[in-house]
Design a protein around this ligand. Structure first.
Ligand code: 13P
Length: 333
């Protein structure tokens, strides 16, 4: 079993490839559609996802796609399940399995990600539908007295429990502890908090006996809050991010795939590229698992119109290709 999961984890970070996160919940995708005045219906969301998943050539740079529950149950216009449509192109189907970040009792404005109840059965069903890996996102907010120790440990514990269940059910867990960019904190504060969070997460993974060789980490980059000015320099983000990861991510983990977290798409590519250009060697592959930074240009190009489907696909292909190059430190703008 472990050998199988190890090969899937390795395939997700194969040379020059990364992951497309297309697992927005219905309310989140509706918000993105609303901003462009695109009507959000089950069918318009299906059409959008089909556009992304059927982008010709993108499989050269995309190893896996993370879907949402609604999407993994949908089919392409020719009647093939989305999991099959992806597998047919050599792309691994993945699934978001947490049920969202809810207010953490006893804390001020912090969240705990839920979804452990009944998770074993849901994982088993998703695997039978073709999923080969899963994702669970925890969110940590930085403010004057935050994050609290309670928020960090509760979220780390849940990530450990989730990852252990995934491996039991033959799915590779992507462990995503996201330190948010919201706020005016400095890059140094982000580095400090990211370090504390990663330390807690790997302790919880160890306690829950998660096999590190058979998982991927999906962290934030170390970056100042979006209200902090002036913005960080690309090199500064790369150096702080790699330093923090080297201090806290065990060498047994095969890959680190960043979330984009609200970074502009070009900036997210430049950061990934700069990290991969720093002197190595690194024990893990470093690539992307971007949502907005891969999808935004495609969503804008499509704009909800059938006649723009090809433009949307070209936009996704282009960003996937740029990020594939950045995963090798070979991106030139
Ligand atoms: P973003 O890259 O838009 O942050 O999304 C990644 C993701 O999967 C969030 O859970």
């Amino acid at each position: 079993m472990n050998h199988d999961l190890g090969s899937i984890a390795a395939a997700l970070v194969a040379k020059g490839k990364g992951i497309l996160a297309a697992d927005e919940t219905v309310p989140t995708l509706t918000k993105r559609f609303d901003a462009l005045k695109i009507q959000s219906t089950e069918e318009s969301r299906r059409t959008y996802r089909e556009m992304l998943f059927a982008s010709v050539g993108a499989a050269e740079f995309i190893s896996g796609v993370i879907m949402h529950d609604e999407t993994i149950r949908q089919k392409s216009s020719s009647g093939v399940s989305f999991a099959q449509l992806l597998s047919d192109q050599g792309i691994l189907p993945g699934i978001k399995v947490d049920t969202g970040a809810k207010p953490l009792a006893g804390s001020f404005d912090e969240k705990i990600t839920e979804g452990l109840d009944g998770l074993r059965d849901r994982l088993s069903e998703y695997r039978s539908m073709g999923a080969r890996f899963a994702k669970w996102r925890a969110v940590i907010r930085i403010a004057d007295n935050l994050p609290s120790a309670a928020c960090v440990s509760a979220n780390a514990h849940a990530l450990g429990r989730y990852a252990a269940l995934c491996q039991e059910q033959h799915l590779v867990p992507i462990v995503e502890p996201e330190v948010l960019m919201d706020g005016s904190h400095t890059i140094a504060r982000c580095e400090e908090v990211t370090g504390v969070v990663l330390h807690a997460v790997f302790r919880a993974l160890f306690e829950q006996r998660v096999v590190l060789e058979c998982m991927l980490l999906k962290p934030n980059m170390v970056i100042a809050g979006e209200e902090c000015s002036p913005p960080d320099k690309v090199k500064e983000v790369a150096v702080a991010t790699l330093r923090c990861l080297r201090q806290h991510v065990p060498a047994a983990v095969p890959g680190i795939v960043f979330l984009s977290g609200g970074q502009d798409d070009l900036v997210a590519t430049a950061h990934l590229n700069a990290i991969n250009r720093l002197p190595g060697p690194n024990p893990w592959k470093i690539s992307f698992s971007y949502g907005r930074a891969l999808q935004d240009p495609a969503l804008k190009a499509w704009h909800g119109r059938d006649e723009n489907l090809q433009l949307g696909q070209q936009a996704l292909y282009h960003r996937a290709r740029c990020n594939g190059a950045a995963s090798l430190g070979a991106y030139t703008d």
